[in-house]
Design a protein around this ligand. Structure first.
Ligand SMILES: *Cc1c(COP(=O)(O)O)cnc(C)c1O
Length: 358
């Protein structure tokens, strides 16, 4: 039998491991920050109708420029953005990959601030982009001076921020992002996959876009929109950035079915986002109750909570799993991460945690 090691694979892929969040069938899955609320029935109906319409012309390639979808996404984002500022792909992971295809690659480097989203380094590797690491301040924050120091010392071609950061939930301040932008002549990317879960009214990096043509804000419909299975991520940036994406995307990369589904969902944005407040309330409850149990739960602007003070993370993970509750062990010493679920799911998780502590 042939194994991977026997193949003439690229040297820089040798020994790498693929992204591997476990996909287990459990009653309560709180491990990959999905929105655990199903989408509203009437929205589902509308999506099915739009997909059914799209099927009738599926013999033709889809709109390569996904113009209607870029209009819908720009309308959803607001901030004076138009279709020219917007680009989309099959999940924001593909958006990030396209950014690295255009601006990274062999001979180029990407600076990020671990612990952060594991896909960022995997995408660096798969595109041949050198991975560089900056340090964080206390409570996983990144102060402006800390970011600027990492950039001036390491001179990366691309800087990635994740705000709010996965897996810590920590926001990155706009001051830090602006200072980082001024400290580099490279590309600055802010992965805002969880932006909708930030405190209401908090400005996002979208407000920094005017006058900053090297800044890219990436978003996804996977989390707040409860659309993870549909695969739709997008970015907002200067129109020139979208032109760069056109050089590396595969032709017709967004299927007609994906475009139809996303357009229908965006037409119901208010309804689709109705669960967000509920999820934020469950997240805050997790922070409160885990703190009361004696854990160190970090402030989170996302739909998950990182908590420390766990003597044996693997034992807690396994005890929860035996009760049908799947959370995430990210191999951060003494820490675990849990997604905020529905009220019932969150109650089950917190009750199990209280039993473990007892
Ligand atoms: C979940 C997540 C994404 C979403 O990826 P999709 O490909 O859009 O599903 C992107 N960035 C971060 C930090 C995430 O946690």
């Amino acid at each position: 039998m042939t194994s991977l090691a026997d193949l003439p694979i690229r040297d820089d892929l040798r020994g790498q491991t693929p992204y591997g969040a476990p996909q287990k069938r459990v009653p309560i899955a709180l491990n990959v920050n999905e929105n655990t609320h199903p989408i509203p029935e009437d929205v589902a109906q509308d999506i099915v109708e739009r997909i059914a319409q799209a099927i009738l012309t599926i013999n033709r390639y889809p709109d390569r420029e996904f113009t209607e979808l870029r209009d819908s996404l720009a309308g959803y984002l607001g901030h004076g953005l138009t279709r020219d500022n917007v680009w989309a792909a099959n999940g924001s992971n593909e958006v990030l990959q396209q950014i690295l295809q255009a601006f990274g690659g062999p001979g180029r480097s990407l600076l990020a601030f671990p612990p952060t989203y594991s896909m960022h380094s995997i995408l660096a590797t798969s595109t041949g982009t050198r991975w560089l690491e900056g340090e964080r301040d206390a409570e996983f924050e990144i102060f402006p001076a800390t970011a600027v120091r990492a950039i001036t010392e390491q001179r990366p071609d691309i800087v990635f921020f994740c705000s709010p950061n996965n897996p810590t939930g920590t926001p990155v301040s706009l001051e830090t992002i602006a200072a980082a932008y001024d400290a580099t002549d490279g590309i600055v990317v802010v992965d805002e996959a969880y932006a909708e879960f930030a405190p209401t009214g908090e400005p996002t990096a979208l407000t920094l876009l005017p006058g900053r043509p090297r800044l890219i804000v990436s978003r996804t419909m996977s989390k707040a929109f409860a659309f993870a299975g549909a695969r739709l991520g997008y970015l907002a940036a200067d129109p020139a950035i979208a032109d760069a994406m056109r050089l590396v995307r595969l032709p017709y990369h967004l299927s007609a079915l994906t475009q139809a589904a996303a357009n229908a969902a965006l037409a119901h944005a208010d309804e689709m986002l109705a669960m967000v407040d509920d999820i934020k309330a469950q997240r805050d409850r997790i922070v409160r109750e885990l703190t009361a149990l004696g854990y160190h739960a970090y402030t989170s602007w996302s739909n998950f909570v990182l908590f420390g003070g766990v003597d044996d993370p693997n034992a807690v993970f396994e005890t929860l799993l035996a009760e049908g509750i799947l959370i995430r062990d990210l191999a951060i010493d003494g820490h675990l991460r849990v997604s905020a679920g529905t009220e019932a799911e969150t109650t089950a998780f917190l009750a199990a945690m209280a039993r473990i502590k007892a």
